[in-house]
Write a protein that binds this ligand. Sequence first.
Ligand SMILES: CC(C)(COP(=O)(O)OP(=O)(O)OC[C@H]1O[C@@H](n2cnc3c(N)ncnc32)[C@H](O)[C@@H]1OP(=O)(O)O)[C@@H](O)C(=O)NCCC(=O)NCCS
Length: 156
Amino acid sequence: MPIRPAMAGDLPGLVEVSLASFEPITWQQEVDRRFGPLNGHDWRERWRRRVEKAFAEQTILVLEEEGRILGYGCGTVDATIGLGHIDILAVDPAAQGKGYGLLLLRAMEEHFLGRGASHVTLESLTDNETANALYRREGYQDLARHINWFKKIERR
Ligand SMILES: CC(C)(COP(=O)(O)OP(=O)(O)OC[C@H]1O[C@@H](n2cnc3c(N)ncnc32)[C@H](O)[C@@H]1OP(=O)(O)O)[C@@H](O)C(=O)NCCC(=O)NCCS
């Protein structure tokens, strides 16, 4: 299965895969449930903006079959400290469980190695069992857990 760098025209497909794959797990939906859309922007629009930003600023590797994007990984590398960061890894739900996530993860690692990195880091939700099983099996170590705090602010 060929993996290639993202190119102009990929953005709609990347957004589509992101929304479909993260819908069951993203904590952004909890924001909508508790606080409502932010300035009228629901989790889908916020995710779209996140992918647009990644498209502009990060390296994106795309897994494609017959012109359709099945999954992608994106991230950045800080060559000074030799650290790669995977920001998003996503495989379309219909294509999950076939080894594509693993292929993309390894392709991102290869990319980082080529840019002078010696280590890689990423974040996942504690209850994202599929992703966590993948990372654990690939030798990633669980170093720290975060809390996503959220609050509506008002003038006092
Ligand atoms: C996480 C994700 C990218 C994995 O992609 P995938 O193509 O489904 O994964 P693979 O088929 O390569 O599976 C790799 C390993 O993941 C684990 N895995 C895959 N599907 C699983 C499932 N349903 N339950 C438990 N573990 C699973 C297994 O360890 C599997 O290895 P194995 O098939 O040898 O047992 C994909 O599930 C996804 O897009 N999820 C939603 C978005 C997401 O969570 N991204 C990561 C955020 S940090």
